[in-house]
Design a binder for this molecule. Structure first.
Ligand SMILES: Cc1cc2nc3c(=O)[nH]c(=O)nc-3n(C[C@H](O)[C@H](O)[C@H](O)COP(=O)(O)O)c2cc1C
Length: 189
């Protein structure tokens, strides 16, 4: 298989509970942002927006996520395990990236959503540059809320589309158990 095929096939989601707490180099994040920014977009609208959190700003973001959970979860629905999971982010995450979408109105919205996803894929694949860098796209933790849009520093023209959580793992998983591809792909006879 080619280098590209190996890269694409070995990309996996890794979650904060798997992170050691060690930090990834900022240079890797800069590279990931440059690569994300090379994604294609119809009419070159470049609809993706990324807000990078590290160090103190990451700690503040983790506090904001816990505060968001507390403010938006009715007392009877509070799940201590879920709350503890969020509280642990501070010790686990290396960087967090707010994922945003800016709609230009020059092309249909779905095309801009598609371009954003391609940019996130580029960011994700860049984690292959470091043997310990891993993460995933989270659409929890206040995704889509005005509060989290503001934490990312965006005005109302940007839609909050989640987070890319990044961390250091000792050994990356590369295998994925998937149902047969024939369920999703067919060659038109
Ligand atoms: C748009 C998008 C949103 C996602 N949101 C979440 C999420 O909120 N929580 C989660 O556990 N995984 C989330 N994931 C990760 C998927 O669960 C993961 O990609 C899937 O299980 C396949 O695993 P793999 O990435 O290792 O192939 C998201 C993935 C995508 C593409």
């Amino acid at each position: 298989m080619s280098t590209a095929s190996n890269l694409i096939r070995s990309r996996r989601s890794h979650f904060p509970k798997e992170f050691s707490g060690q930090k990834l180099p900022d240079e890797l994040i800069h590279l990931a942002m440059e690569n994300a920014d090379t994604a294609p977009s119809h009419k070159l609208t470049l609809p993706w927006r990324f807000a990078v959190f590290s160090g103190e700003t990451l700690e503040k973001l983790c506090d904001a996520m816990l505060a968001w959970y507390d403010a938006n979860t009715p007392a009877e629905a509070v799940n201590p395990d879920k709350r503890n999971k969020i509280a642990a982010y501070k010790q686990q995450l290396s960087h967090a990236i707010g994922v945003g979408l800016h709609l230009s109105s020059k092309v249909p919205a779905w095309e801009e959503e598609a371009a954003l996803a391609m940019a996130v894929q580029n960011l994700w694949l860049t984690m292959d540059e470091d043997p310990h860098a891993a993460g995933y796209w989270s659409t929890g933790n206040g995704t889509g809320s005005d509060a989290m849009r503001a934490v990312c520093g965006w005005d109302e023209t940007v839609l909050h589309r989640g987070w890319f959580f990044l961390g250091h793992v000792e050994t990356k998983r590369t295998h994925s158990q998937r149902s047969p591809i024939a369920q999703r792909v067919h060659w038109v006879p």
